[in-house]
Design a protein around this ligand. Structure first.
Ligand code: ATP
Length: 870
């Protein structure tokens, strides 16, 4: 839509914008954002409050009341609808803005020159024409032309899938003087002039394509929609039936219509949608504090149903802090000592330190480590900072430990790394020769090698030697080391292919498992989920890491093997824990689809742009906050700010808690409504006057129940939450047990309220109605304690473990006292003052609601104790 104004003429160099001009351009071109869910407009949120089926029914009821001349009630219902809508709007708006604030935590910044001074601005405020400063480690914030550059290299894998950085310059050759949004600067620095922003960039176009994968609705939204529809329908039918029957047996038309409306109002849990939204928003806040950023609110409850977690290895299960520790070169084994990227360690050959110059075999290997790399090391105070790929960083550190010289001139050519080829090469000048320096996955490097560096120099690589090398590789990988092979080849021209190589040796590097992951994996397995590692790394390394983390693996499969079998065979394999190694991103999509077809709810991690379709397809797409590209983040439901698997576990725990809490308050709200329905129905059969007025019902359902239900949504998690299996995806919010509970509470409270109504009627219908209405409110408040847990009594949970619930309980009872004794509220709700007799009866009738469930749960607990987990 906005592509027209982006067709800018070529940028003029080194000019920069004034802030006023930048503001004007921002108006014209729009914000520089891609693949990010924009904040929902205010009017949409507002409209949403009044277009729900339940609310429309209420509006209808109020109109009917108006038509029948019941102006006060019509206005009262209208007011409550408005109040409810207003509350809902405020809650949703708060939820929306706090979510937007959470998203802000992910927002990149960029250094631009405005009014001739460098400033750090939000990347979304960049406009065409802006002069942007780029340096190593920056993400390119928009498409731009290079005005000046020194040794600039850009990793364009986000766009091209090729992860080896490309040199950029101002020479104007074939797009080399352009940088693209979303790509990463790996070396050098540059001044660039922005030519396109937001959706008009190349990156924006890819992101829009990714956006076309269909979004699946969440279970909760579907279930709540269904429940609301059913209840609304029941409300309509019942209301209509009551009104018609009443009129047929000769009762007053007016009274019958009002009863019908009351009935409908009583059945519909008006507070539900708002309570669900705010409860999910609070959940999102809680998760963000634990470093899991929810991008789609309702994904929280999907997390609780996750049955399979597909996770990558490097960085998620491991630290992604590589240290090379073992070397095998020309038949000799070396060790490296020292930690992290600090080059202060040493290389040892049989316990003697060696360094560059000690032997030509080691020299050649070290040359590959330094020369076939984009990483750089920088001293930052006492620490060493590495910029670039951790694998290359580890090799570079190792070379520095051996006092390796650093090449001064740039490489003459590159054969870039890709996830498919899993190897790379660089051509450099070495003395008078041109040499291709290569490194990569050992299988790949060996495939391309015809000779090897033996203790006696370069000799042909025969089958027996291949086997020996494979054995050494396997030994290293078995120890959990990530293994990279090194090779070289003298070439006659810079554009020579990486074939016919001389195999130099192997480097094994430690990428330690994150210490907290082992525990997280155990918890997830206990919680009935299966965990599947899908990694680009080699099978043996992956298996060793899995073993180290106590991750069960029954079958090991490589990407190549996976491509050979069909979906049915693959599906059958997935019933046992499988580890997938040497995979490419597209394999993930296939695995998600198959698992979903088997009825699983799949959580899938990813970071590259190629992962985006799988992240979208997964029920819960999980992007990495540190390693992840913006497109992966944009396609995800959840972002792990620390890339850590343990954080995902925490999010799942929170998701389960949220869903249980939603179940709690849905049950609670419905049991309250059931009580009202029972009272109204029986009262109708008995032929008495209206037991509650429509406005009283709305007051009960919206004001007092809504607030109490909200605090039920704050229940802390219980220990059994992570020992039970994930709920079945088709399991409803209500099961048979829940329905029985709702019915039991409803029957009791309905009859108790009727009892109050009929006992006190001789004193006048207003007092009797106030007693029945106040009684119902007290019953509903006292029963809330029974809904705090489905199995544990409150003395086990701790009466004070949810203090907000106690506050709500006290506040709602105080509010009801105001309704009964404070004139303005009295008048609005047609209440009359109650005496001590009424209160005594109400309190006596409330007590069983708190005592009986406690006794039943305690008895069940005693009975189950021998097998109970705590
Ligand atoms: P994961 O998928 O769990 O994140 P990964 O990082 O090993 O694991 P890839 O990035 O696809 O996955 O890497 C695949 C393989 O390619 C690695 O195991 C390694 O052998 C090789 N490799 C990785 N980085 C480089 C590099 N910079 N140069 C050469 N080879 C590399």
């Amino acid at each position: 839509m906005r592509s027209e104004p982006h067709q800018k003429p070529a940028p003029t160099r080194s000019e920069n914008l004034t802030s006023a001009e930048a503001r004007a351009r921002l108006e014209t071109y729009g914000p520089n954002i891609v693949g990010e869910t924009r904040i929902t407009p205010i009017w949409k949120i507002l409209l949403r409050q009044f277009t729900g089926f339940l609310v429309l029914l209420l509006i209808g009821a109020s109109l009917v009341a108006l038509l029948l001349g019941e102006t006060v009630d019509a206005v009262a219902i209208g007011l409550v609808v408005l109040l409810n809508g207003g509350l809902g709007f405020m809650q949703e708006w708060k939820a929306e803005t706090s979510l937007a604030a959470l998203r802000d935590m992910l927002r990149p910044r960029a250094k631009v020159i405005r009014d001739d001074v460098p400033v750090l601005i939000d990347s979304r405020d960049i406009v065409p024409g802006d002069l942007v400063l780029l340096e190593a480690g920056d993400q390119v914030p928009a498409d731009a032309g290079i005005a000046s550059a020194i040794g600039l290299r850009v990793d364009e894998s986000v766009l091209t899938g090729e992860s080896v950085p490309v040199s950029k310059d101002t020479d104007g050759v074939d797009q080399r003087d352009q940088v693209m949004m979303g790509t990463n600067v790996t070396a050098g620095r540059a001044e660039v002039v922005v030519s396109a922003t937001g959706p008009a960039t190349a990156f924006g176009k890819i992101a829009t394509l990714t956006g076309s994968v269909e979004e699946r609705g969440t279970n909760l939204s579907r279930q709540l929609g269904r429940l609301g529809g059913q209840l609304g329908f029941a409300a309509l039918l019942l209301g209509l039936a009551i009104a018609l029957t009443g009129v047929a047996v000769g009762r007053d038309l007016m009274e019958m219509v009002m009863t019908g409306i009351s009935m409908a109002v009583a059945i519909i849990p008006e507070g539900l949608p708002a309570v669900v939204t705010i409860s999910l928003a609070l959940g999102a806040g809680a998760m963000a504090r634990r470093k899991a950023l929810v991008r789609r609110l309702q994904a929280i409850e999907t997390l609780g149903a996750a049955s399979v977690i597909c996770t990558d290895k490097t960085g998620t299960l491991t630290e992604n802090k590589m240290t090379a520790s073992a070397l095998w070169i020309a038949g000799k084994s070396y060790k490296a000592v020292g930690t992290g990227y600090d080059p202060a360690g040493r290389i040892l050959l049989e316990d003697d330190p060696v360094r560059y110059g000690s032997n030509p075999d080691l020299d050649d290997a070290l040359d590959v480590m330094v020369g076939c790399s984009h990483a750089s090391l920088r001293r930052d105070g006492a620490n060493w900072q590495m910029v670039g790929d951790p694998t290359e960083g580890a090799l570079l550190t190792l070379a520095y430990k051996g006092w390796s010289p650093v090449p001064e001139d740039a490489p003459l050519a590159e054969i870039p790394f890709s996830s498919e080829r899993k190897r790379m090469g660089m051509v450099r000048r070495k003395g008078d020769d041109l040499v291709l320096l290569a490194k990569g996955a050992p299988e790949q490097i060996m495939d391309a090698s015809t000779t090897w560096r033996s203790p006696d120099g370069q000799v042909p690589l025969d089958a027996a030697t291949r086997q020996d090398i494979e054995q050494i590789y396997a030994d290293m990988a078995d120890r959990g080391l990530r293994v990279i092979a090194l090779a070289q080849h003298k070439v006659s021209a810079a554009d020579a292919p990486d074939e016919d190589l001389e195999f130099l040796g192997l480097v094994g590097m430690i990428d330690p498992p994150r210490p907290e992951v082992r525990d997280a994996i155990r918890t997830c397995i206990q919680a009935g989920m299966s965990i599947m590692m899908i990694t680009g790394d080699g099978p043996l390394t992956a298996r060793a890491i899995a073993e180290d983390l106590s991750l069960p693996v029954e079958k090991l499969m490589t990407g190549a093997e996976l491509e050979k079998i069909d979906d049915d065979a693959l599906g059958a394999l997935l019933s046992a824990p499988v580890l997938f190694a040497r995979t490419a991103p597209e394999h993930k999509m296939r695995l998600v689809r198959i698992l979903q077809a088997q009825g699983h709810i799949v959580a899938m991690t990813g970071d590259g742009v190629n992962d985006a379709p799988a992240l979208k397809q997964a029920d819960i797409g999980v992007a990495m906050g540190i390693r992840g590209t913006d497109v992966a983040k944009g396609a995800s439901d959840l972002v792990l700010l620390d890339d850590n698997f343990a954080t995902l576990k925490g999010a799942i725990r929170e998701g389960r808690r949220q869903f249980a809490n939603i179940q709690r308050f849905v049950r609670y709200l419905l049991s309250s409504n059931a009580g009202e329905v029972v009272a109204i129905l029986i009262n109708l059969m008995l032929g008495g006057p209206l037991i509650y007025l429509p406005t009283q019902i709305l007051w009960m359902n919206l004001v007092t129940d809504g607030v109490t239900a909200l605090t039920l949504g704050l229940e802390p998690g219980t220990p059994e939450q992570m020992t039970a299996p994930p709920r079945r995806p088709d399991a409803g919010i209500l099961d048979r047990w829940a329905l029985a509970m709702i019915l039991a509470f409803g029957t009791y409270t309905g009859f108790a309220s009727l009892y109050l109504f009929y006992t006190f009627q001789p004193a006048g219908v207003d007092v009797a109605r106030t007693a029945a209405f106040t009684g119902m409110i007290l019953f509903e408040k006292t029963s809330v304690f029974a809904f705090r847990s489905f199995s544990l009594p409150c003395w086990r949970l701790g009466w004070g473990s949810n203090p907000k619930l106690l506050v709500a309980f006290a506040a709602m009872i105080s509010l009801q006292l105001l309704v009964v004794y404070w004139t303005p509220l009295q008048q609005l709700l047609h209440a009359a003052p109650l005496g001590w007799k009424h209160w005594a009866a109400i309190i006596l009738l409330s007590l069983p609601l708190i005592i009986v469930p406690e006794i039943i749960k305690t008895m069940r607990l005693k009975r189950d104790r021998p097998t109970h987990s705590h």
